[in-house]
Structure formats: C-alpha cells, structure tokens
Design a binder for this molecule. Structure first.
Ligand code: ATP
Length: 320
C-alpha cells in the first residue's frame, strides 16, 4: 500500500513554509505516495482536520508568505496523554508519517511521539529564529532579516535627519539571530541580545561622548527577549538627556514574499524528507549544512546558539 504522508506547520509562521509544503507534496506524489495536509499544526490532529492534497493543491504558492495549512500552538500536544491521543488519531486515519515544518518546540513535539510511540516523523526547519542544529539556516530566516533591514533603512533616514536615537525592537525571544544580522546589515551602533549581558552604562557614556564630538544619530537594535524597546528608550533619555524614540517591528517580520534563499532551502529539504521516507528512515531533522543536505536525529536538532554571535557583535562595535 502507498505510504500516506501527513504534512503540518507548527509554531510561528515563516516565509518559505509554503515552498516546503509544495516540495513535500509533489515529491511524495511523484514517489507514488499519498499526501495529506494537517491544518493548524498539532491542533489539526485533535480536530481531525485533514485534507487530501494533489499536484494542484500546491499550485501558485511558492512565492506566498505564511502557510496554506495554517499554523498554531497547541497545548494539548505537550502532554503525554495528548501525544498518545494524537498518535492514535493519526494511525486511525492511516497516516503513516508526519513531516513537521516548525521550530525548536515543534521539533521537541515531533521527537516526543517518535521516542515514546515510535510514530514516524521527519522535521523540516521552519522558523525565522535560525536556532536549530544541523542546518546553517532555517526556512524564513533570510526573508525575516531582509524585511527588518528594509524597515531600519527607513528609520535611519529619520534618525539622521531629526538627530535622534532610535531603539528598534526585532523578533527573537530566546535568539538574537535576527538582531545581530540586522544590526550588522543596517550599520546599527549597538545590538542587544538575550544571549549576552549588555552594559547600558557604557552605551550611555558613549552616546554622551559621541554627541559632544558631533555624532547626531544612533540605531540600537534589540531582540524582543533582551528587553522592551520602550523601557530602553526611556532609560536612555533619562541617563543622557537626549530625545530617544522606539519602534517595535513586530509581526511585519514574519510575512511577505519569501526570498529566493528561503524558497530554495525549503524545496531542497522538502525533497530530502521524502527521500528519507521512501527509505523508511524516521525520527530525523533535515537541514542544509555547507550547502549539502544534512540529516540529524531530531533530538539533536533542537536549541542551537547562533555560532557567530560574538563575531557579529564585535563587528557592530568596531564599525560604530
Ligand atoms: P517558532 O520558532 O516559530 O517559535 P516553534 O516550533 O519553536 O516555532 P513553539 O510554540 O515553541 O514554536 O512550539 C510549537 C508547538 O509545538 C507547541 O504549541 C506545542 O504544541 C509543541 N511543543 C512545543 N514544545 C514541546 C515539547 N517540549 N513537547 C511536546 N510538544 C511541544
């Protein structure tokens, strides 16, 4: 009997998820398997919200942000009972394997049903945070950085013209990946990330000294998990006496047309996932390392610290 491949997106959406869905669906069909979309992540399993997918179901989506399967966070799936129930439902519907497109949490969930119930799963790195092991980049991270950069380029015009300090809050609760990339790419003066302690006194001192020497504007990029832009702006104004504004970029960073790199990564890992399924290899996460497809155990794929964080941070400081 043909294998029935379930596909779901889980956690936050990211540009390029649709390209991954397209790749998994079309490669599965080409290999003689069936493809089933699971709506709203793990929640869709409990809701038994499954849709049969054919070649046409994924037409015209490669350039669309978000995910046609929707995505969600699902509390029930984090419990032992919930995971057991989910596996029973999947088996009842004859779904032989699930490809999970998501981030760290989604991988932990997928690994849980693989380890506890030997339910076959494959993970694809779908998160803008770029915080997964076994892959240099994750689907969506290129576009998210690009989107934030475009916004900061505009903010810099105002910062410079009005001679102001701007605090720009970007996404990244536990990961400073977007913040450091954006700070370097935008030519920001400071970057604040959750992974490293930040010396506010040093920054305030440098702002005061810089102003005396004629420097008129600053861009300080902060990852959301490292502090609230509003609080940092107030603290700088209090300590330096200079007018400081803040911008929270928020969800604009998630959406939009995926860049080529995200679509290509998504397409490659999607196809590789189907190759694993065809060979009966499960419990793995697929990524691309040094431009080659890379497969690791799901349990080893979670929680990466961005390798170049110190290099990026010191470059930001060096170029200020
Ligand atoms: P993003 O990087 O975009 O935040 P994510 O996959 O890390 O994506 P989470 O909200 O952490 O997003 O996880 C998505 C879903 O995965 C959760 O709602 C939950 O259903 C499941 N999940 C998360 N952590 C676990 C866990 N430790 N065990 C089982 N399931 C989990």
């Amino acid at each position: 009997m043909a294998k029935k491949v379930g596909i779901l997106c889980s956690g936050g959406d990211g540009p390029g998820m649709n390209a991954a869905i397209r790749s998994v669906v079309r490669c599965s069909l080409a290999a003689g398997m069936e493809a089933v979309g699971i709506m709203r992540g793990y929640q869709g399993i409990f809701d038994e919200d499954f849709i049969s997918m054919n070649h046409r179901s994924v037409s015209g989506i490669i350039d669309r942000g978000g995910t046609i399967l929707k995505t969600a966070r699902c509390k029930e799936f984090t419990t032992d009972e919930g995971q057991k129930k989910a596996v029973e439902i999947l088996r009842k519907h004859g779904i032989d394997v699930v490809v999970v497109i998501g981030g760290d949490g989604s991988y932990r969930g997928a690994n849980a049903i693989w380890q506890k119930f030997q339910y076959p799963v494959i993970g694809l790195p779908g998160t803008i945070d770029n915080d997964l092991n076994g892959t240099d980049q994750t689907i969506g991270c290129y576009t998210a950085v690009h989107t934030a950069l475009e916004a900061i380029d505009k903010i810099r015009d105002t910062a410079h013209s009005m001679e102001r300090i701007f605090i720009v809050e970007v996404m990244g609760n536990k990961s400073g990946y977007i913040a450091v990339e954006v700070a370097l790419g935008a030519g920001a003066e400071e970057v604040i990330v959750p992974e490293r302690k930040f010396d506010y006194e040093r920054m305030n001192q440098e702002i005061r000294e810089g102003r005396q020497k004629g420097k008129v504007s600053w861009i300080v990029v902060v990852a959301e998990g490292a502090g609230k832009a509003a609080d940092i702006a107030t603290a700088i104004t209090t300590m330096t006496g200079f007018e400081t504004r803040y911008v929270v970029l928020g969800h604009v960073q998630r959406g939009g047309c995926p860049l080529g790199q995200d679509r290509i990564l998504a397409t490659r890992v999607g196809a590789a996932a189907v190759d694993l399924i065809a060979q009966g290899i499960y419990g793995k996460a697929v990524g691309v390392l040094q431009n080659k497809i890379n497969v690791v155990d799901l349990k080893d794929a979670t929680q990466k610290e961005f390798d170049h964080i110190d290099e990026y941070m010191s470059l930001v400081r060096r170029l200020t």
